[in-house]
Design a binder for this molecule. Structure first.
Ligand SMILES: [Zn+2]
Length: 305
């Protein structure tokens, strides 16, 4: 367990629910833009709910959170990190998509009376997965899952929405099916810092929960939009956006091409999955498990193409 999580958990239990001390470590990557970088870990034995990039932006009047972390405790620690820097009201919690490592911290911000914002399709995804996600989290985290539950978006974005934090506009954009069917990006217009959620994976193997052709089309559009820096859903801050997008495109295209070829050659599903995207091994972290999940998910779809 990372030091801040341990300190926080101890403080949390000793104070019977009152949050004390440990703030989540964050880095100010541009003026007023703070990011906590999650670690590259599987959802498994050592999972602590801290694998995604989460953070916040401070304007002249208000604060917006972008993704809240993989547990209530992570959310509270993120809230502590905000309170260590500003007393301005936290008005918005924006979720980039449904995955549990990005949303379980929402509950820590209910006390702030925020707008919980997501893609128009996000509330449906949250409701349909809430029960399974909550059960799984308890299994993986044990006591550290205390207080974690899915808090569904109260406000949604169908195409675009602008939020003003006080002389600081955030442009929220809802995308067609890609990594999921409800990806939302957030552009800080002041610094051109662009939060892409899991539309972009840096280092960590991209995981597919949406549609590959859709994702490839979205990658083309993302490549056309200028940004000074990108905050990917996982991995380090990206300066050369288009190189990172090209690397991800290469993985997705290779995976589909290899699977299609195996199907055309009449190989078994097992061997098709084993051999898919082997050439990408070494380019990515946590490759084996994620690549296998991706291939297993895509194989039946491609078989009918
Ligand atoms: Zn995700």
């Amino acid at each position: 367990m990372r030091w801040w999580a341990l300190t926080f958990l101890l403080g949390f239990s000793l104070q019977s629910g009152v949050a004390v001390s440990a703030a989540l470590p964050v880095e100010e990557i541009a003026p007023g833009v703070f990011v906590h970088q999650g670690v590259h870990e599987e959802f498994g034995d050592h999972y602590h709910g801290d694998i995604a990039n989460i953070g916040f932006i401070i304007g002249e009047q208000a604060v917006a959170v972008i993704d809240s972390g993989g547990s209530y405790l992570v959310g509270l620690a993120l809230r502590e990190a905000i309170r260590a820097r500003t007393q301005k009201p936290i008005r918005y919690v924006i979720n980039t998509h449904v995955h549990s490592d990005h949303v379980f911290g929402n509950a820590a911000f209910e006390q702030d009376n925020v707008e919980f914002i997501g893609h128009a399709q996000l509330p449906r995804a949250m409701r349909s997965r809430a029960e399974a996600y909550e059960t799984n989290l308890k299994t993986m985290l044990g006591d550290a899952a205390a207080g974690s539950r899915i808090v569904v978006s109260t406000h949604t974005v169908t195409a675009e929405r602008v939020i003003d934090l006080g002389n600081r506009r955030l442009l929220l954009k809802a995308w067609p099916i890609a990594h999921t069917d409800h990806d939302l990006s957030v552009m800080d217009e002041l610094t051109r810092s662009w939060w892409l959620g899991d539309l972009l994976f840096a280092d960590r193997t991209p995981s597919i929960d949406g549609d590959v052709p859709g994702w490839l089309s979205v990658i083309d559009v993302l490549s056309e939009i200028p940004a000074a820096r990108v905050i990917p859903g996982h991995g380090p801050i990206v300066i050369d956006k288009n190189a990172a997008l090209a690397k991800q495109r290469q993985y997705l295209q290779t995976l589909v091409k290899d699977l299609k070829q195996s199907i055309a050659e009449g190989k078994s599903m097992q061997s098709a999955i084993e051999s898919a995207a082997r050439s990408e091994h070494g380019q990515w972290q946590l490759f084996e498990s994620t690549n296998r999940r991706n291939a297993t998910m895509l194989y039946p779809k491609l078989e009918w193409d």
